[in-house]
Structures are given as structure tokens and as C-alpha cells.
Design a protein around this ligand. Structure first.
Ligand SMILES: Nc1ncnc2c1ncn2[C@@H]1O[C@H](COP(=O)(O)OP(=O)(O)OP(=O)(O)O)[C@@H](O)[C@H]1O
Ligand SMILES: [Mg+2]
Length: 355
């Protein structure tokens, strides 16, 4: 069972070549040295100190939790730590550990000093989580044998290990679990366009793609401050250039990304539909989440967690007490400049009506 629930980091070549999706791209382009891991200076500085101090004291590093939106480099960090410390990494995830027995088998199969990486840790169930507490704190496993009055607990000593966990939903990680990450809880930040450009440059070298400087900037600008998106776009642009027999210059990048419906600010068709609905259907009034969700036939959580954060970050959307409002910048970006005056007066009207 443990072989199904846990995997070692080194994939066989066969596995790599048969997997041609995003995960393959993630693996090939994953930085393997600290210097190659761009940005996130705060995290790098702290983690490096933590690892160094542990090494100097002859201890294993303490448990670490990384959180933040998808594609920002959480899994990459876990692999990097394993590489830099020369430790073996065992990988599993919250949903893969269904039962207490699954976790017990994962933990007892670790070798001393191993790193255990649990992805999507917010999806661990409560029973499993409670077994993890003493394992993290005191390195023991409490197992209950039998049922009813004759049940007894036995305690097994575990090999010393470092738990590195990752989640996109830190609010769903219970506070007792969070507080047991004694090495630190770190939030990954979005990347600047310059950092993304640096990442794309490195990836283009690994993929043996010749990329002009302006093309590099164009990809960075549309990548939603996210390395995974940038790498994905790079690959799509390479395909486009290859098929159209073009060099990878700014025009080619524009052509390729326009074809993917990704505009100059990195908005996709869903993002634009969201803003256009606010502007056109609701005439620029503040709109509640329930209403916009019904209008778009999109789940509220998808809107709140997937669509809106990027729009807010770009200053295209505001969440006000009365609801969502597209900003002036959104009107301009989508070519509704002539309507800019209208929403201001109509939203005032809306307010008066409410009063
Ligand atoms: N700081 C970085 N420098 C260079 N490349 C990076 C960096 N962060 C991420 N990447 C690239 O982005 C890809 C995605 O990163 P990763 O898989 O670590 O994201 P994640 O945060 O684990 O996402 P998810 O939440 O979806 O699991 C990696 O394969 C790597 O190539
Ligand atoms: Mg990951």
C-alpha cells in the first residue's frame, strides 16, 4: 500500500517520457539549486538559516509549512530543500492518506533523516491529523489496538523525519496542526514581472528555445505573476513558432497568446466575461457575489478564489461593502472608456434607492 500512497522523488525515464502534461513541465523546469530559485527572498533567507543551524547542531531540520496560490513554487521548494540537504524525499498528499493506517505505514517506512512531503495538507481528515500531532512533536506513533474496554494504546518510536507540507488553502489547516510546524509557516508571494522574466529566460535555455528580449517581456507580462503559467506560455509559444516556422519574437508571442485568449494583462476569456458582465449587464452598479455567480453560472467559491484575486491585484476590480465594482482601469482595458461616467452616476443612484 505504501508504494501507492508514497512515491520517491526520482521518477524513471519511462514515467517522464509518458507524462507530457503540466506535471512533466513542472519537473523538467524545476530549479535544483538555491541560485536557480528566483525571488521569494524572505523564504529563502529563513529556510537557509533553519537548515544551516540544524546541520551545525547535528539535528534534522524542523517541520515547515508552505502556503500560497497554485504554481508559485511550493513543491519546488520541498524538492530543493531535499536536494540541498542531500536527504531523501518521500512524497504523498492529504487526499492519498485516507486512513490512520495509511499514515502509520508512511511514517514507519521512513528512514532516519528523511523528508516527508505532504501536499494539499488541508485535505487530511481529522483522525489522521491527530496521529500526526505526536509524530511531529515527539516522534512517536500512538496506535490503538482492539476495541471497547479491552482497547489499549501502544507507542512506537519513529525514525526522525522532517515534515514539509504545502497547501493552497491555509485557512483550512487547523490551528493545532499549523502550530506544530516549528520550523515556520511561510507564505509564497506572487512574482514581479522581472522575476518571471528571469524564470522564463532560464526555462527557455533548458528547453533550448531561442527567445528575443521583447518576447520574454511579453510572456512575463501575461503570466499572472505565476511561474507555472509563464512556463506553460513559453511552451505554447514555442509550439506556435515551430508550426508557423517563425522566430520567437514579440509578434509570435502575441499571436500565440492571443490564440489562447490571453490578453496583454494576462486576462483569460473567463476574467473578461466577468468584468464585461459587471459593466454591461449590471451597468457598472455594485453587484453582490450571489448575483454575479448566478449571472455567470459560476460557483461563488470559484469566483472568490480563482477569478477575483488576480483582477483585484491588477486594480481592475474592487470589493466594496455593496458588492463588486469594475474600476476605471477595467473600463479602459476592455474598451468601455465611453461608459466610464455612467457607472459612477448609476451606482450613486443605486445607493440613493437603497437609502
Ligand atoms: N522561484 C522559482 N524559480 C524558478 N522556477 C520556479 C519558481 N517557482 C516555481 N517555479 C516553476 O514553476 C513550476 C511550478 O511550481 P510548483 O509545482 O512548485 O508550484 P506549487 O506552488 O507547488 O503549485 P501547486 O499549488 O499547484 O502544487 C515549477 O516546475 C518550476 O519550474
Ligand atoms: Mg505543488
Amino acid at each position: 500500500m505504501s508504494s501507492k500512497k508514497v512515491k520517491n522523488s526520482d521518477k524513471s525515464t519511462a514515467e517522464k517520457t509518458t507524462n507530457n502534461g503540466d506535471s512533466f513541465l513542472d519537473q523538467t523546469l524545476r530549479p535544483t539549486k538555491w541560485e536557480e530559485y528566483i525571488g521569494q527572498k524572505h523564504i529563502k533567507d529563513n529556510v537557509k538559516i533553519l537548515l544551516r543551524a540544524a546541520e551545525e547542531r547535528g539535528h534534522i531540520p524542523e517541520h515547515i509549512l508552505f502556503y500560497g496560490p497554485p504554481g508559485l513554487g511550493k513543491t519546488t521548494l520541498a524538492h530543493l530543500i531535499a536536494k540541498e540537504t542531500g536527504k531523501q524525499i518521500k512524497i504523498t498528499s492529504g487526499p492519498a492518506i485516507e486512513k490512520v493506517g495509511d499514515l502509520a505505514s508512511v511514517l514507519t517506512n521512513l528512514s532516519p533523516g528523511d523528508i516527508l512531503f505532504i501536499d494539499e495538507i488541508h485535505r487530511l481528515n481529522k483522525m489522521v491529523e491527530e496521529i500526526l500531532y505526536p509524530a511531529m512533536e515527539s516522534g512517536v506513533l500512538d496506535i490503538i489496538i482492539g476495541k471497547g474496554p479491552s482497547a489499549r494504546t501502544i507507542q512506537l518510536d519513529l525514525p526522525p523525519f522532517t515534515l514539509i507540507a504545502a497547501t493552497t488553502r491555509v485557512a483550512l489547516v487547523s490551528s493545532p496542526l499549523r502550530s506544530r510546524f516549528s520550523g515556520g509557516v511561510f507564505r509564497l508571494e506572487f512574482y514581479s514581472n522581472e522575476e518571471i522574466a528571469e524564470i522564463v529566460k532560464r526555462s527557455s535555455k533548458l528547453l533550448k528555445v531561442k527567445l528575443e528580449n521583447e518576447a520574454l517581456k511579453e510572456i512575463a507580462q501575461r503570466s499572472r505573476f505565476t511561474p507555472r503559467t509563464a512556463n506553460y506560455f513559453l511552451k505554447r509559444c514555442r509550439d506556435y513558432a515551430q508550426v508557423h516556422k517563425k522566430t520567437l519574437d514579440q509578434e509570435t508571442v502575441k499571436g500565440a497568446l492571443d490564440m489562447l485568449s490571453v490578453d496583454g494583462m494576462g486576462l483569460n476569456s473567463g476574467d473578461r466575461r466577468f468584468l464585461e458582465t459587471l459593466i454591461e449587464k449590471f451597468n457598472g452598479r455594485a453587484v453582490g457575489l450571489k448575483t454575479i455567480s448566478a449571472a455567470l453560472s459560476e460557483e461563488e467559491t470559484t469566483i472568490e478564489e480563482v477569478v477575483e484575486p488576480y483582477l483585484i491585484q491588477l486594480g481592475l476590480l474592487e470589493r466594496t461593502a455593496r458588492g463588486r465594482v469594475a474600476t476605471k482601469k477595467a473600463y479602459e482595458h476592455l474598451g468601455f472608456s465611453d461608459k466610464i461616467k455612467k457607472p459612477a452616476s448609476s451606482s450613486q443612484g443605486g445607493q440613493n434607492n437603497l437609502l
